[in-house]
Each structure stands twice: as C-alpha cells, then as structure tokens.
Design a protein. Sequence first.
Length: 232
Amino acid sequence: MKHYLNLHLRDTQLLILNDNKSKAGVYMILNKINNKKYIGSAATNRIHVKFRNHVFHGTGSKNTAAAIAKYGIENFDFYILEYFPGFVKKENLSSAHLALLELETKYILDLRPEYNIHTDELTVETKAHAPTKAHAQTKAHARTDETKAHGGVAERRQLLSKIATLRNSNLDLRAKLSKLASKPVTLYNLDNSIHSTYPGIRVMAKAFNCCSKTINQAIKNQTVFRNIGIIK
C-alpha cells in the first residue's frame, strides 16, 4: 500500500505521520542490506507511533532495534502492507483488534519475517518436534500431508500466543476481563420467583455441570434453562 525510503529524513517521518492519520493496518520494516524484516500491526492512529518506537526508541522489537543500531536507519525502509478497513480503538482484544491480529498473522506466515520473535519460537518448536534421523525418510510424505491438513494450526497458535501476551501485559485489561467474568447471575423460576443466585457464570456452570457457553447462550437468547426458567 505504501513504501517509505530515507527514514532518517525529517520529511519522510512527517510523511509517515500525515499519510497514516486515522488509519490502522499491518506494517513491515525491511533491512535493505540483508532483506531481513519485521512485521507488526497498529491500531487506528498508532502507525506513526509504532514506527517511531521501532526506529528511534528501540521499544518495538529487540531484534529490529539491534539491527538498526548495527546497520543504521538509512539502510531500512518502512512499508504499509495493508490498511485495516475497520476502526481499532486500541489494543484491547476487541473484535476489531482480534481481526487486525489475524491479518498480521497472515502476513507473518506468508513472509516469515526474521526479526519477529514469535516466528523464531515457532521454528524452535518445529525443530523440537521433528522426527529422528532414522525415521526422517520413512515419514517424509506423512509429515507433508500432515502439514497440509493442519495448515491453520500454526496460525492459530501464533494468534493465541499474541493474545496471551497482550492479556498478561495489560493489568487493567485483566482486571476488566475478570470483572466481566464474575458478574452475578440469577436463575428465575417460570413464575418469576428466584430459584438460585450465583456470583458468576463459571460458578453457575459448575453447579449445573455444564459449560459457561451454555449459560451465556441462555442469557443472550433468554431461553428457558433446564426447564427451570430464565437466567439474568
């Protein structure tokens, strides 16, 4: 979508700022010396912030920061690979944010950026589960078929890993999620009298030996639960 050269120039930096106002998307930082790259995503109005964090502050990616320090900022280019069509308020695991992460993951799997840490982790994991040399030839075709059959597993693993990182790094978000999960629920009889009350959906699910999803659906659709009544 966009390609920026001469990142050390003030005019280029202002261009990245002005071009990407009110936009979210997936970006790439390319080392022109060895063609190694980093791919990331940014919420709305955050592309320029992410650019400066990586290129000037060294807070975006340790691998990228080390490479820029070694080769010099003038040997790197900045790309916008794709703009995200929706509005991503911030990195808060909203549906729009998760969709943006999925878009980023697609590019990571396609381009295999060398500076991305989770790409390295996936490589290590793949090596750890590789067959022994004695079985390598006999299982080569089976491995290929399995890879094709489970092509989405790696993508899903990377996405869940990134979501987990975001959860653990944002204490405010964890508190909000915990609060939402612990909202009290009441089961009413069909005559509108109270059958029972629980401190949270999970507690109620455990009491009735069912999954939380079942209770969430009953609340959302206001359907009769276990022939007892309505959950609110």
